[in-house]
Structures are given as structure tokens and as C-alpha cells.
Design a protein around this ligand. Structure first.
Ligand code: NDP
Length: 274
């Protein structure tokens, strides 16, 4: 019987994770099955218990259960503890290990797939929600020259920056507070692109050789990326590579084998007509 994994979410029908992990299993010769499991919004713990009883060995967790998965874990990786959220679970006897591979996935997409080093760069991170929190420690670990967190509500950005003060000096404020500064890499970790909304970003923040990165994917050019292109950003990228790379990192956590993400990413892009 193949080893069993799944992704929990609500909604989950749209998830690309089963196809991604099936491709990784093929590529690496690992004998596993990976399912999408819809958990009721108030029924995550029950869904996990049923999955473990059915022999499930590990799971990914997506919206809206990442914080609940964080609380469920009996042991956390350092990066999950920092993120305050878990997207990867490993079930091992009585232990539930919680990890978070989102930040590592985004960093690998930027540095490996897109070829932008983060060391010594000025980074602007837009948003102060779960996705933003999850990438801060992995970004700081790359030794950027500076990190500025800008959010619609400045107080959330300031609180987030303060919680990483032991790692580095992180500046924060609202979008207008980034006026007069330029950034080599601008990352949109707000959910504004989900609803097709643009962000009130001051002019001059993008630089010609720089990267504009939207964590959102699958919606074509987002208002953020359109603005970045119009303001002269050197390269614009969506978050599909982050999705595939966080999956590759989770696969590694479970199987101790690292799949090559590039062919799977290319196939997904072809399917999306990008
Ligand atoms: P949260 O709900 O935790 O946070 C949302 C953030 O977006 C907050 O900072 C909020 O600001 C801000 N925001 C929402 N709407 C607007 C708006 N209209 N204008 C300005 N700011 C806005 O969401 P997550 O952090 O979990 O997710 C953020 C994005 O990241 C989503 O689009 C998600 O799809 C994407 N993502 C992609 C991944 C990938 O693998 N590619 C992985 C994880 C997330 P405020 O605090 O003021 O409310």
C-alpha cells in the first residue's frame, strides 16, 4: 500500500497540490498517494484525526487552517514557530510535527528560479498578514541590506517588525511611509490581488534592475504587477513558483528526497497559458 499524504483546506477543489506531489513522486520514484481533503471550517481537528486513523503520514495545510495546525502540532520547527503558522504536518506515533515551508519556497523561487540574490538587497514587503509573517525569517536569513514592511494598517506592520527585532532591524509603516525610498525587490504579500485591487504605492519605489514579486498566482497580470511594470521594475513574477517550491520543501520534509521543481513549474505555467 502506498504511503498516504493530503492537503487540508476549505475550499480545496481548486488545489494544485495533488498534481504537484504526484509529479514529484513520479520524478523521484517515491511510492505515495496524495489527496485533497475538504475539512469543514469548524472540523479541522476531526478531519486530521480521521486522516491519521486511515494511515495518513503527513499533510499540507492551507487556508483557513494554518494557525489551527500550528496549535495542533506537538513539536514545531524553528521556522514554523517564527511564522506562527504551519503548512506541513508529519504524523509519527503520538507526535505531530509542524513545519512551515512557505518562506523557504518563496526564497528558493526568487534566488534559484528567478536568479535574484537577496543578500545585500533592499527589500520591501507589502502586507502584514500570515503570508508576510511566514517569509520574514527566511528573507532575513539571506542577509538583505534592509527590510521594510508596509501595510494598509501601519500598527500591524510595526508589531510584525518588532517581533523579528532579535534577528535584524526591520523598518515598518504604511504604504506612504515607503515614499522617497527605492527597493531592489518588492514583494506583494497582501491579498489585494485576490480581489483585483491595486495598492496605493508611492512612485519611485521600483528600480530598473529590480524584481516585483506577487505571491498571488493564476490570475494573469495582477494590478500590483501592472503598476510595477509601468513604474519600470526590471522583472515581474507571480507566486506560482513559490507554490511549487513550498511543495518541494514539504516533500523533502516527508521523504528526505528533494524533487526538481522546475519541470513541474513549467508544466503548470503551460496549463495556465502563461
Ligand atoms: P491575510 O488575510 O493573513 O493578510 C492579508 C493582508 O493583505 C493584510 O496585510 C491586509 O492588510 C492586506 N490587504 C488585504 N486587502 C487589502 C487591500 N485591498 N489593500 C491593501 N492591503 C490589503 O492573508 P495571507 O497573508 O494569508 O495571504 C496573502 C496573500 O498571499 C494571498 O493573496 C495568498 O493567496 C498569497 N499566498 C500565496 C502563497 C503561494 O504559495 N504563492 C502562499 C501563501 C499565501 P490589513 O492588515 O490592513 O488588513
Amino acid at each position: 500500500m502506498s504511503d498516504l499524504y493530503c492537503v487540508f483546506g476549505n475550499p480545496i477543489a481548486h488545489s494544485k497540490s495533488p498534481a504537484i506531489h504526484a509529479a514529484f513522486a513520479d520524478e523521484t520514484g517515491q511510492d505515495l498517494r496524495y489527496e485533497a481533503r475538504l475539512a469543514p471550517v469548524d472540523g479541522f481537528l476531526q478531519a486530521v484525526a480521521e486522516f491519521v486513523a486511515a494511515g495518513g503520514q503527513g499533510a499540507n495545510v492551507t487556508v483557513p487552517f494554518k494557525e489551527e495546525a500550528f496549535r495542533l502540532a506537538t513539536r514545531l520547527s524553528e521556522r514554523a514557530a517564527r511564522a506562527g503558522a504551519v503548512n506541513t504536518l508529519v504524523f509519527n506515533g503520538n507526535e505531530i510535527f509542524g513545519d512551515n515551508t512557505d518562506g523557504a519556497g518563496m526564497v528558493r523561487d526568487i534566488t534559484h528560479n528567478l536568479g535574484y540574490a537577496l543578500a545585500g538587497k533592499r527589500i520591501l514587503l507589502l502586507g502584514a498578514g500570515g503570508a508576510s509573517r511566514g517569509v520574514i525569517a527566511p528573507l532575513l536569513a539571506e542577509n538583505p541590506a534592509s527590510l521594510f514592511i508596509a501595510n494598509r494598517s501601519a500598527d500591524k506592520a510595526l508589531a510584525l517588525a518588532a517581533s523579528f527585532a532579535d534577528m535584524a532591524t526591520v523598518d515598518a509603516g504604511n504604504f506612504a511611509d515607503s515614499a522617497g525610498k527605492s527597493f531592489d525587490i518588492v514583494i506583494n504579500a497582501t491579498s489585494a490581488s485576490l480581489s483585483g485591487e491595486s495598492l496605493p504605492l508611492p512612485p519611485g519605489i521600483f528600480v530598473a534592475g529590480g524584481l516585483a514579486y506577487d505571491m498571488m498566482y493564476g490570475k494573469g497580470e495582477t494590478p500590483f504587477l501592472a503598476l510595477a511594470r509601468a513604474q519600470g521594475a526590471g522583472r515581474c513574477a507571480d507566486g506560482l513558483g513559490m507554490l511549487v517550491e513550498q511543495a518541494a520543501e514539504a516533500f523533502f520534509v516527508w521523504r528526505a528526497v528533494r524533487p526538481t521543481a522546475a519541470p513541474v513549474l513549467a508544466e503548470l505555467r503551460a496549463k495556465l497559458g502563461q
